[in-house]
Design a protein around this ligand. Structure first.
Ligand SMILES: [Zn+2]
Length: 341
């Protein structure tokens, strides 16, 4: 099943058909053809009935528990190319999310960061809640965020089943003021409130949607968070969040989707999946558990080395001189005898 999916996906890539991932369509895999939704008779609890991969043991999203992270000093810096370029980009209300077609806009590359090769961005989309207590797929130390952005990439320069897809996650936090960088997208969303509507977002710059600190992230192996739930995804979840205001979130929450069962338009929100079991998987971090970065760790190590050398020099040279001087001084002390009558 897994190899079959893999071959079909490679064929799709070779045919240069964008939007090949599950958030757009469920054509991948012969049993994942149902028109799934997050709730109802084809909701997430039923996904595995028509898509068995969704109950496999390396699923996403996960709960990231900071105290259980494994510090990975070999996680080097990510390379992200062309993210500062300005492009016109198509934004579509696809009913399960809003999707930005990165593949058609230009070439956004992701590499290094201990990834096995170069990945080309295919699309980005969002998950959000009906209120700010929920929304994100991933959770960190029990906290769910109001908005999460996913950039989905395809591995281009070699075939490696387990890491064929890379996904980058950006978590958003509520701020009292609008995030000006998001505003062009927010305005575009107000034009595509109904499922199937699309518009062009001019002067789009992908770097504006990323946190400033790209050096700190979590890394684990998992799956797509929607059918067909393929377990060929290497996840990078940035630690630093991006700001979004309640007013901007309210525009996400004003979007609608067409409900399969009733045929009615309903609010598009809470498009996140339940937390999946880790099943023994390790989540790696660019920082150790105490929050000490690799650079700080090296600085601490250097300080310890200098201290040890300093103490060694003291005991080798200064201490014998001090001891000899003290002994000479004691030799000159008069001997006083006392007696008790
Ligand atoms: Zn997603």
């Amino acid at each position: 099943m897994k190899m079959q999916n893999f071959q079909i996906l490679r064929l799709i890539l070779l045919l240069n058909i964008p939007q090949c991932w599950s958030i757009f369509t469920t054509t991948v895999g012969d049993t994942c053809t149902a028109d799934w939704q997050y709730r109802g008779s084809l909701g997430e609890d039923k996904w595995s009935t028509f898509c068995p991969q969704c109950k496999a043991n390396m699923q996403s999203p996960i709960y990231i528990k900071v105290s259980s992270l494994l510090y990975a000093p070999n996680l080097d810096l990510l390379s992200m190319e062309n993210y500062d370029s300005m492009r016109d980009i198509q934004v579509t209300n696809i009913g399960r999310s809003v999707m930005l077609d990165l593949r058609s806009a230009g070439e956004y590359w992701l590499s290094r960061g201990n990834l096995p090769g170069k990945y080309l961005a295919d699309q980005m989309h969002f998950h959000w809640g009906s209120d700010s207590s929920r929304g994100s797929d991933h959770r960190v130390d029990g906290r769910q965020f109001p908005l999460e952005m996913h950039i989905v990439y395809d591995l281009m320069d070699q075939v490696k089943d387990r890491e064929m897809i890379a996904a980058v996650s950006v978590l958003f936090e509520v701020s009292s003021e609008d995030n000006a960088d998001l505003q062009p997208l927010i305005q575009a969303l107000s034009l595509i409130k109904t499922q199937g509507q699309k518009t062009t977002l001019p002067y789009f710059m992908l770097s504006k949607f990323l946190p400033r600190n790209l050096k700190r992230f979590y890394r684990y192996y998992g799956s797509l968070t929607t059918p067909p739930c393929l377990e060929t995804v290497v996840w990078t979840v940035f630690k630093e969040t991006v700001k979004v205001s309640e007013r901007q979130l309210s525009v996400f929450r004003s979007l609608t989707y067409r409900d399969n069962e009733s045929g009615q338009n309903r609010q598009l929100a809470n498009n996140f999946r339940k937390i999946q079991s880790l099943n023994g998987r390790i989540v790696y971090s660019t920082e150790d558990r105490s929050g000490v970065t690799a650079g700080a760790f090296a600085a601490i190590g250097l300080t310890v080395v200098i201290l040890v050398i300093g103490l060694g020099a003291f005991f080798a040279f200064a201490w014998p001189k001090y001891k000899a001087k003290k002994m000479r001084a004691e030799d000159k002390q008069p001997i006083v005898e006392t007696s008790i009558q």
